[in-house]
Design a protein around this ligand. Sequence first.
Ligand SMILES: Cc1cc2nc3c(=O)[nH]c(=O)nc-3n(C[C@H](O)[C@H](O)[C@H](O)COP(=O)(O)OP(=O)(O)OC[C@H]3O[C@@H](n4cnc5c(N)ncnc54)[C@H](O)[C@@H]3O)c2cc1C
Ligand code: SF4
Length: 498
Amino acid sequence: MKVAGETVAGAELAGERIVTFDACVIGTGAGGAPVAAELAAAGLRVAMLEEGAWHDADDFSARPRDMAPRLYRDGGQSVTIGDPPIVLPTGRGVGGTTLINSGTCFRTPAHVLERWREDDGLSALTEEELAPVFDDVEATIGVAEVPADLAGENAAIVRRGAERLGLSGGYLRRNARGCVGSGVCAFGCPAGAKQHTGVTFVPRAWEHGAVLFTDATVRDLVRRGDRVTEVVASTSAGGTLRVRADVFVVACGTIGTPLLLRRNGLGTASGQLGRNLSIHPASAVRARMDHEVRMWEGVPQSYYVDAYAADGIMLEGIAAPPDQAAMATPRAGAVLRDLMLDVRRSASFGVMVTDEGRGAVHSVLGRPVLRYDLHPGDAARFQRGFAHLAEIFFAAGAREVIVPVSGLPALRDRDVEPLLRARVRPRDLKLMAFHPLGTARAGADPERSVVDGDLRVHGLANLFVADGSVVPSSPGVNPQLTIMALATRAARLIAARG
Ligand SMILES: Cc1cc2nc3c(=O)[nH]c(=O)nc-3n(C[C@H](O)[C@H](O)[C@H](O)COP(=O)(O)OP(=O)(O)OC[C@H]3O[C@@H](n4cnc5c(N)ncnc54)[C@H](O)[C@@H]3O)c2cc1C
Ligand code: SF4
């Protein structure tokens, strides 16, 4: 799809431009784009500001090395500082991280909503309140279960193993229309099938007269009393864009939002801004099978096992083309060479842990610095999760299982005892994280939170936050649908108030 609505490319905007709208939404990812669409549909004149560029599916090469520098912030190499360092990639472009995500869609589990009601005073967040919002969001982004024939042999192996062990699981629900199983969701969908927010909510906002400003990085929010009156963005052409509006919604993501607010002295009263970072850390276990798997064929994230969800452990598909698999394999030298020569017979599956630990986002010289130490309880959860997955792989006939714990030899002969006996410290784990949340958390108590239950910044009349940063704690499942639903609900409340 080509750019299909009114767009001003900041790459061509030098000099100064001042524009006036009813509402200004900063960021076009899972949070920002739904807000823009809702407000525009309600009749407001909406400006959408996005730091990244518009990316067209026709330009997606399916080659990770080409696409990562174009679609990811810092080429996908953002890393937390702590024990252990954890790679934490985020997207940059119209669509935000939804442009490069795996498309998995879960509604917020009921027990999580209950926790947020009890612990954070978010009393309106009931299943009944959110069900129609989820229905609308899912209809917009085309959520449907992955068909078995697109799920790939990688998922089929785990499915066979889990079924033999009597474990609950199923095909994942995803936002894709016309998916062909090309396996490169994380590098821009070349088939244009993935329904990221740039091809769903942004066009809906356009239909209702919204204007998109790309390549425009918001740096300043100008405040008068309890109101924000203007935002100032720098364009990539060196220009300055000033947007005046009645309502402002910050949706720069869990890393970007606290930095932007803190830089402008907004939302800082509770001392919570930038803190409470949960990341839902993840890792992958590899298995060597006797038959060809070709894990890169089919939808990479197509199947899940939720039998251990009550223990904070979700098992979800994770697979990669060979060059990515080589980088992600926790081995080196001759062992890695041997594994890669056999990569066609390798299977891979992910373990995600609902983290007890919390980190923080700071800024040094204007750049984000993420502090995060894995909680020892979370390290123990990974150890159990790896063992569960190894058992599943063995039940499906794996010859050997390679677990991302440093110094641990490959598991063989269906024996997971060496893993269970090992002393697994955070530093022994090779982890990534895809779901940062919580750095401007929502809550009823202004002493403990940054925004209220309607996502308005405490103490300010017309400034809202609608992105992953408001989600109070990890929902234990992939969060994009949660973020979209909370953002949609907040936008409806803003529009209803007039
Ligand atoms: C590889 C990968 C796979 C994932 N897979 C899944 C999945 O399958 N299912 C799922 O539910 N979740 C998945 N996620 C996570 C999910 O995509 C994110 O949680 C979600 O997109 C976060 O939404 P957001 O609105 O908070 O931020 P984003 O979607 O990141 O949007 C923030 C936007 O703000 C822009 N921005 C930042 N600062 C500024 C500024 N100063 N001025 C203007 N614009 C700015 C950014 O460029 C970006 O476009 C995945 C993430 C990754 C990295
Ligand atoms: S697997 Fe489907 S959604 Fe993912 S990149 Fe390929 S066609 Fe797109």
